[in-house]
Design a protein around this ligand. Sequence first.
Ligand SMILES: [Zn+2]
Ligand SMILES: [Zn+2]
Length: 144
Amino acid sequence: MEALAHLRRRQIEALTAIANRSLLPAGVPLSLVAHSMRISPPSALGHLRILESMGLVTRRGGKTRLTPRGWLTFREYERHHRLAESLFASLGWKARDACRAAREIDLALTHTTVERLCDTQGHPRLCPHGRPISPCLPHRTSGR
Ligand SMILES: [Zn+2]
Ligand SMILES: [Zn+2]
């Protein structure tokens, strides 16, 4: 099964918090992850431990970094989210509303469905916010 299918919303938030601070070379301190998730450090740590057990992050000296597999999963998530956004936007919804609705379904979509969405929508290159959608690969497989 795809790593994405095992993640819960909170763990995606943690993954995103780390990915967005990837310029910190030593990794992201727990307090920053907790702050951006608006939860306590012990709660954030619980989510980081789950990500670590899945091989998506490594933790050292209280700081967390994404592994290559973590990056792959994060990029995959972005692709699911942005293609779902594009779908709602194609119904005439504003970007903000499309984003909110996309969050309700993006984790649940299988790769097969995402590829069909991409195909049906003519392989959009940008989401409604103007952020890039990575190109589709016919037989894309994330680590299992
Ligand atoms: Zn969004
Ligand atoms: Zn495509």
